[in-house]
Ligand binder design. Structure first.
Ligand code: IMP
Ligand code: MG
Length: 174
């Protein structure tokens, strides 16, 4: 049976501080602009909800869900939309909000798709940037934390659909 162990990595206070810092940058950089903020479901839901509470530029909010086929350990993975946006992005500044950028395949797909819709600009915010694990080039413009190793859960992030509800982030050991 389950001998899963959780070790605290980022407390709710640390996350809250980073979220406020990121929001302050967004508020400074998008002042007076038409911004669409896109939440990548499901993992980014908590980060997105906390982040937008501190965003003062009046963004339009939308949600997307992408599915990737093939094991995470295989390199060329196929990614597709399982729920597309409902907002017209033509002429808009777009900020995609993701939980973790790991190999980069998911965000490479999404950013390229959205950039093809006539956006004025497109940037990426990610709570956790696993930079050293990148297999395709993806730049995180607003990163919460850099992480070099470990599988994490909580604050929206899951392991087999569990632990998303936890208010902090933990390293999971199986
Ligand atoms: P990528 O396409 O390899 O960059 O995959 C990124 C996706 O993998 C994220 O959206 C997460 O859903 C998932 N992921 C990567 N690392 C973790 C982790 O440590 N915990 C939970 N999910 C993760
Ligand atoms: Mg995800």
């Amino acid at each position: 049976m389950s001998a899963e162990k959780l070790d605290l990595l980022y407390s709710r206070e640390r996350i809250e501080t980073r979220v406020r810092e990121i929001a302050a940058r967004i508020n400074a950089e998008y002042v007076g602009q038409e911004l669409v903020m896109v939440c990548v479901l499901k993992g980014a839901f908590m980060f997105f909800a906390d982040l937008v509470k501190h965003v003062t530029v009046g963004p339009v909010l939308d949600f997307v869900r992408i599915a990737s086929y093939g094991k995470a350990t295989e390199s060329a993975r196929a990614v597709s939309f399982s729920k597309d946006l409902e907002t017209d992005l033509q002429g808009k500044h777009v900020l995609v909000v993701e939980d973790v950028v790991d190999t980069g395949y998911s965000m490479d797909f999404l950013l390229n798709q959205l950039a093809g819709r006539g956006t004025k600009s497109i940037r990426l915010a990610a709570l956790v940037d696993k930079k050293e694990r990148r297999e395709v080039e993806v730049t995180v413009d607003y990163a919460g934390f850099d992480l070099s190793e470990g599988f994490i859960v909580g604050y929206g992030l899951d392991y087999a659909e569990r632990y998303r509800e936890l208010p902090a982030i933990y390293v999971l050991t199986l």
